[in-house]
Design a protein around this ligand. Structure first.
Ligand SMILES: [Zn+2]
Length: 130
């Protein structure tokens, strides 16, 4: 028998108990799902507009404005998605929750409230004080 080339990844059952990082990961994945839904919805609205435009050649100006709005929204969502992906990547790398400025561990409560933050509270305060 040939050795199976495709090794199906079995979920390790001896994983340590759920950590708060898992909670944040779950939260981020949920956020990601919702964002992708939003983006695909606005993209669908966008293509509806395009279909409409073909038979509606003269009334372009107002449609353009609508389209701009839809694109702007999608941009903001895409930006948030970037933050979500970045945070998820850092969770996988094990660098999530570590202050970029002083290398201290960021408070769990702070991360729960602001999952994209890369600074601990005191560094953030220093930054704001200037
Ligand atoms: Zn810090």
């Amino acid at each position: 028998m040939a050795t199976a080339k495709k090794v199906t990844k079995k979920k390790s059952t001896k994983k340590p108990r759920k950590t708060w990082q898992d909670d944040i990961k779950t939260m981020l994945l949920q956020m990601r799902k919702e964002l992708l839904q939003d983006v695909s919805e606005s993209m669908r609205a966008e293509s509806d507009h395009l279909k409409h435009d073909i038979g509606d050649f003269y009334d372009h100006a107002s449609n353009d404005r609508d389209r701009e709005l839809a694109l702007m929204l999608a941009d903001r969502e895409r930006e948030k998605l970037t933050h979500v992906d970045d945070s998820l990547k850092r969770i996988d790398l094990g660098t999530y929750g570590i202050c970029e400025s002083c290398d201290e561990v960021i408070d769990k409560e702070r991360l729960m409230a602001m999952p994209f933050t890369k600074l601990c509270l005191s560094c953030q305060e220093d930054l704001e004080r200037g």
